[in-house]
Design a protein around this ligand. Structure first.
Ligand SMILES: [Zn+2]
Length: 253
């Protein structure tokens, strides 16, 4: 059973951020910015990467960005547990059981996967590109929540705007590690595009990681919004290089 195409709600004109009604219905404060949201810096420095202007835009959603927790993203599968805001070291996953500590992931084409264990007990965010996908970063986030006592079947997952199979052409150095990591499955996620090039469906690989870790398919919200197709709304590293980052943030209520 495949994940449903999730509804999206845009805020502002032009839209500065979006929310997913599927997560709103669970009472999870969250948002993902567009390229029209001011004040997002690059996350590599150990100083808060969220500017005051961004914090002001997101505050009405119940997100106190003065307490934001973030990591230096390194395309791995390490999940950092955080109980307070601030710099959490290197990693590509963040997990908290503490209310009102916003977790944040920065992307421009990579996936942000949000995992929520309602009502309000456990939350994880993962930053997942092709390297993280091959290393099982999404699965690692589910497993980290399970170690904290969550039942995967109780989790709700969401995949935020990221590069779709329509725009993600890769070559052998990407396909070979994928094949090695998922020998029985990899060929269902790639399509031959032209000699030496394949289009890769990272959404499908990560939805598979979620369901194989025990998350129910009908609890995976993926709006299937492609950053490469929609550079009017999002930043796309593939399409335009390093122009800016989207930030996805969520906090336990
Ligand atoms: Zn596309």
């Amino acid at each position: 059973m495949a994940a449903l195409v999730a509804e999206v709600r845009f805020h502002g004109s032009p839209p500065t951020h979006l929310t997913l009604p599927a997560l709103e219905a669970l009472g999870l404060p969250h948002a993902s910015t567009t390229r029209h949201c001011p004040g997002v810096a690059h996350p590599s420095e150990p100083v808060s990467p969220i500017g005051r202007e961004t914090a002001a835009v997101l505050a009405p959603l119940g997100l106190d960005l003065a307490r934001v927790a973030y990591v230096r993203q390194v395309h791995g599968a390490t999940v950092r547990r955080v109980d307070a805001g601030g710099y959490g070291g290197e990693g590509d996953g963040l997990l908290t059981t503490t209310p009102r500590v916003p977790l944040v992931v920065f992307t421009a084409d990579c996936l942000t996967v949000v995992l929520y264990d309602p009502p309000g007990t456990r939350l994880a965010l993962a930053h997942v590109g092709w390297r993280g996908t091959v290393k099982g970063a999404t699965r690692a986030a589910v497993d980290a929540l399970a170690r904290e006592g969550a039942r995967p079947a109780d989790l709700h997952a969401a995949i935020f705007p990221s590069i779709g199979p329509c725009c993600y052409e890769v070559d052998r150095p990407v396909v070979e590690p994928l094949r090695a990591a998922f020998p029985d499955r990899w060929d269902s996620w790639v399509k031959s595009a032209r000699p030496g090039k394949w289009s890769l469906d990272l959404w499908a690989v990560n939805e598979f990681q979620l369901t194989s870790a025990g998350v129910r398919a009908d609890r995976i919200a993926n709006p299937r919004l492609c950053t490469g197709c929609r550079t009017d709304l999002f930043f796309s590293y593939r399409r335009e290089g390093s122009r800016g980052r989207l930030v996805t943030v969520a906090a336990l209520p």
